[in-house]
Design a protein around this ligand. Structure first.
Ligand SMILES: [Fe+2]
Ligand SMILES: [Fe+2]
Length: 276
């Protein structure tokens, strides 16, 4: 009441209020400007650092670089999550930590540990090496073939022979990739990880993929020999026969090999000793 009366009747009081209001606005403006300058400086410094480090040039290197940065970002998010509890009141923290244990949240991994545990997932998706075809290669080639098949138009930069060869190379590489996994990779992982055991999830998916892939390969071979004329509509039908399970498999296998899952089964020493 008192202030309301003063506000209505005392011109000096009203002036002082307006002055205070302007002062606060100015301070807020200056703080925002200072933050902006700081942010710009931080961005400039980061850009200069990145320039000095150099940029990856070829596609595979760019992908590997990108994935590393994504993994680093995920790790930083996790660190943020782990620090949440420190800022809580003791009684809330207790409840939060209890619920975290109940939902299976493990202590955070350091960046180095995360990278070590995530190594196989990254290799599976983006391994850079001679004659090693990775999941990302399969996704890319699939998209190239499937776009042509669904648009009913062969890619402009290829002859019919080259297009058929691309399809056949996809079949051979994927078959080789799966046989290496089944012979050398899965038996090792299956010692502790159920998903890699015979007739379970991932191996069952391999079988389903190959049921469709074999038909796709036979058709392309017949087109290459001239026995059949290539129909893009038929090619799409054949790809639709195993596309869903293939994409599901490419993602699930990598997820299974991801750091947060691997750490549940393996110690870092065991993982480092993997001959892969
Ligand atoms: Fe794989
Ligand atoms: Fe696989």
């Amino acid at each position: 009441m008192y202030f309301d009366h003063r506000r209505r009747n005392d011109p000096n009081f009203r002036k002082a209020l307006r002055r205070e209001h302007r002062r606060q606005e100015k301070a807020a403006r200056e703080e925002a400007e200072a933050q902006g300058i700081q942010q710009r400086q931080a961005i400039k410094a980061a850009m200069a650092e990145a320039k000095e480090e150099g940029f990856p040039t070829d596609v595979e290197e760019k992908e590997a670089y990108f994935m590393n940065e994504v993994a680093r970002g995920e790790q930083l998010c996790q660190e943020g999550f782990a620090n949440i509890s420190k800022s809580m009141k003791p009684e809330i923290r207790e409840d939060f930590e209890e619920r975290s244990t109940m939902t299976g949240v493990l202590p955070k991994l350091s960046v180095a540990e995360f990278r070590a545990y995530n190594r196989l997932a990254e290799q599976m998706d983006f391994f850079v090496g001679v004659n090693r075809k990775t999941h990302n290669h399969f996704r890319r080639t699939w998209n190239e073939l499937y776009t042509a098949a669904s648009d009913g138009k062969q890619p402009k930069n290829m002859t019919l022979r080259q297009f058929i060869a691309l399809g056949l190379d996809f079949c051979h590489s994927l078959t080789a990739h799966h046989s290496i996994e089944e012979r050398h990779f899965f038996p090792l992982l299956a010692k502790k990880m159920p998903a890699f055991r015979e007739e379970l999830e991932l191996l069952a998916q391999h079988k389903q993929i190959h049921a469709g892939l074999d038909k796709f390969e036979t058709y392309l071979s017949e087109c290459r020999s001239g026995e059949k004329e290539l129909s893009l509509g038929r090619l799409k039908e054949l790809m639709d026969g195993f596309g869903t399970v293939l994409w599901q498999h490419l993602d699930e296998e990598v997820k299974e090999l991801g750091a947060e899952n691997m750490r549940k089964y393996w110690t870092l020493e065991e993982l480092r000793a993997f001959p892969i």
